[in-house]
Design a protein around this ligand. Structure first.
Ligand code: ADP
Ligand code: ADP
Length: 227
């Protein structure tokens, strides 16, 4: 089958600093790929190019056969809103909204009615084992709880691709493991592809496959069963 998302020969420099220097990538529906490598190797830049947040200087990113660079800004933002989900190291929840409203937000932006959106959001909070946090604001919950809320928000609209950039980076190992278990289970169930940026082997263990980035280049994939 065709990959849902792929990149070929990506180049990106920030001024004189090269971030990507010939990076390739592909991921299929239902697959979780860990993007690994040392700090500064280009992992986040690769993720941002794949998500259409950063435009590469050269190379091609294709989402379901369509070239991202051929899309206009509006089309790319619509794609991000409607088909992609994001989880970052720090939850990035909207502080003024309750946790329930945060999770409902992607559905509201897609035009769902408040009642329907909040019902679905409540089910996702339950799945992430934080049903009781619905009425709280992000400032009133712990880091691990906030990250579960962020995962619920990333998955509520059942995106085809979830981008997770060091999703457990701010958590202790116990919370990190649980967040990864819950993210993996939810992604498997919705057949989402997950691009998982991490430098932790323990987190990468939740992937089907690993891609290693060094000096802006991707290295031959290491199969999970060789580990
Ligand atoms: P990683 O995620 O592996 O830590 P990054 O993709 O964040 O790597 O960074 C790759 C290189 O690009 C680094 O040298 C970094 O300093 C540089 N870089 C990344 N983002 C920016 C930016 N917005 N402006 C300038 N330099 C950047
Ligand atoms: P596009 O053409 O899609 O707008 P750009 O590469 O011009 O893509 O910028 C996309 C985003 O990437 C910017 O909003 C910015 O956050 C980040 N970015 C790109 N280049 C730089 C840079 N040199 N320094 C810092 N951030 C950058």
């Amino acid at each position: 089958s065709e990959p849902v998302l792929s990149a070929t020969a990506l180049q990106k420099a920030y001024g004189a600093t090269p971030a990507l220097d010939g990076a390739d990538f592909e991921i299929h529906a239902g697959e979780t790929v860990a993007v690994m490598g040392p700090s500064g190797s280009g992992k986040s830049t690769l993720l941002h190019c794949l998500a259409g947040i950063v435009r590469p200087d050269a190379g091609v990113v294709r989402y379901r056969g369509q070239e991202l660079s051929a899309m206009g800004d509006a089309e790319r933002s619509a794609l991000r809103r409607e088909e992609f989900g994001f989880v970052f190291q720090f939850g990035q929840l909207v502080p003024e909204l309750t946790c329930l409203e945060n999770v409902a937000l992607p559905l509201r932006l897609a035009g769902a009615r408040r009642r329907d959106a909040e019902q679905r959001a409540a089910r996702w909070l339950e799945r992430l084992e934080v049903a009781e946090l619905g009425r709280k604001r992000p400032g009133e919950v712990s880091g691990g709880q906030g990250q579960r809320v962020a995962v619920a928000r990333a998955l509520v609209a059942e995106p085809r691709v979830v981008f997770a950039d060091e999703p457990t980076g701010a958590l202790d190992s116990l919370n990190g493991e649980r967040v990864m278990q819950l993210l993996s289970a939810a992604a498997r169930e919705t057949r989402a592809a997950v691009v998982l940026v991490t430098h932790e082997a323990r987190v990468a263990a939740y992937s089907d496959r690993e891609v290693v980035v060094r000096d802006g280049r991707t290295r031959t994939n290491v199969s999970a069963d060789v580990r």
